[in-house]
Structure formats: structure tokens, C-alpha cells
Write a protein that binds this ligand. Structure first.
Ligand code: DX5
Ligand code: ZN
Length: 217
């Protein structure tokens, strides 16, 4: 399904109100819910782990898209399966055995995603196209919301060509807003993560702002 999906990142939500925030963005039109897991080691920021993600699960009626910015990944795969992740994405830079990681993610019953930092070329996933359901192209260096978009359209185009007719999503993460979204969609992306551009100006008491922001993207 190549329709364009908007996946708000709850990294920009009120951390004291995740359940309400998730319900609000879904009611306002989110297609997926993007969950950013950071370990303070692979990236210079910390968010939450599998127990919190498991607590989000009953609030998510769409797709829970879990982006792991952690190293190592393999020891935690079963915990995220148990937490109820639908898509589990690992970074190609996070360890030496990404094949094993993707196989283990699928083996645990989840869709397997692979993410690429801005400095990593498309070729890094050329041998993984039959092992993955989603390629996440980072358009910021991961770790924080609200950073400036880095143009990766050439990489997106190469990936779309490499993918051919395989059923692999291209997800864009970082700095997606109404001005950058058309560029990445035109290049071949179909899942757009957006944190600050969705949550900006809204709250659980003014959720219609989330809906307006989603529609603008
Ligand atoms: C960045 C995270 C993103 C982030 C996007 O490390 O992976 O998902 O929340 O935030 P914005 O849309 O504000 O760039
Ligand atoms: Zn993310």
C-alpha cells in the first residue's frame, strides 16, 4: 500500500500524558504512531524502554511503529515484541550483524525496519531488501526533535529504484513539515514521521490543532 501515511512522533508529545496524546493524534488523523526509543549511548538522548512502550500499546489503534535508537538491539527484540510493536526498526549503524537483527525481528512476529543515518549511503541496505519491510531514511542526525531537515532526496530516489516492486516502505524521519514533505514524497517516500510539525501549537485540550497540522503536511 503506497498511499502516504503520516506517523506523528510522540517524542514531541506531553511525556506526562502519553495515553491521551496517542488517542488525540489518532482521532485527528494519524495513520501510524511513531515511538522513538533512545538509549543515551547510540544517540545523545534518553527516552523510554519496553515497559513504557507496552503501556502505550492499548492506546494505539493504528500501527505502533517503534524506532530503536539503541545499541545493541538484539538483546531487546523479544521485549519489544512482548510490548506489542507492529514495526520494529533498528539502525544499520547500531551493530555488526544487521542481517541477524532483521531476521530476529521478523522471527519474533514483527515487521522489520532498517534505519539509515544521514551519513550512511543507500548501498548499506542493498543486501537487505528481501529482509526488510521498511527503510527509514533519517533526515536529521537522530537524538532530538525539532532539528533542521537535511536533504536526502537523492538517497530516497536510489532506494526507491533499488526496491523495485518489493513491498518495502520508505519512511522519512526528521524535519518533516509542510515545506519538506512534498520533496520526499516526490522522491519516493510513503511514510512521513513528524514530531514538532504535528504537536506544535496543540495539546490534549486543543487536539484540533494536531488535525490541522497533519492535514497541512
Ligand atoms: C529524531 C527522531 C524523530 C523525531 C522527529 O531522532 O527519530 O522521530 O522525533 O522530530 P521532528 O519531526 O521534530 O524532526
Ligand atoms: Zn524516529
Amino acid at each position: 500500500d503506497r498511499s502516504i501515511k503520516i506517523a506523528p512522533s510522540i517524542l514531541s508529545a506531553d511525556f506526562a500524558n502519553f495515553g491521551q496524546e496517542i488517542r488525540a493524534i489518532e482521532a485527528e488523523g494519524a495513520d501510524w504512531v511513531h515511538v522513538d526509543v533512545m538509549d543515551g549511548h547510540f544517540v545523545p538522548n534518553l527516552t523510554f524502554g519496553p515497559a513504557a512502550v507496552k503501556a502505550f500499546r492499548p492506546h494505539v489503534k493504528t500501527v505502533m511503529d517503534v524506532h530503536l535508537m539503541i545499541a545493541p538491539v538484539d538483546p531487546y527484540i523479544d521485549a519489544y515484541a512482548d510490548a506489542g510493536a507492529d514495526v520494529l526498526t533498528a539502525h544499520v549503524e547500531a551493530g555488526p550483524h544487521i542481517h541477524r537483527t532483521l531476521q530476529a525481528i521478523r522471527g519474533a512476529g514483527m515487521k522489520a525496519g532498517v534505519a539509515l543515518n544521514p551519513g550512511t549511503p543507500a548501498e548499506a541496505v542493498a543486501h537487505l531488501l528481501d529482509l526488510t519491510d521498511l527503510i527509514c531514511v533519517m533526515t536529521v542526525n537522530p537524538g532530538f526533535g525539532g532539528q533542521k531537515f537535511i536533504d536526502m532526496t537523492a538517497k530516497i530516489r536510489s532506494l526507491r529504484e533499488m526496491i523495485g516492486d518489493r513491498p518495502v516502505h520508505i519512511e522519512i524521519d526528521g524535519g518533516v513539515d509542510p515545506s519538506t514533505a512534498p520533496l520526499v514524497v516526490e522522491a519516493g517516500a510513503d511514510v512521513l514521521v513528524a514530531g514538532s510539525a504535528v504537536f506544535r501549537g496543540g495539546s490534549v485540550d486543543a487536539p484540533q490543532v494536531y488535525g490541522e497540522n497533519i492535514r497541512k503536511i
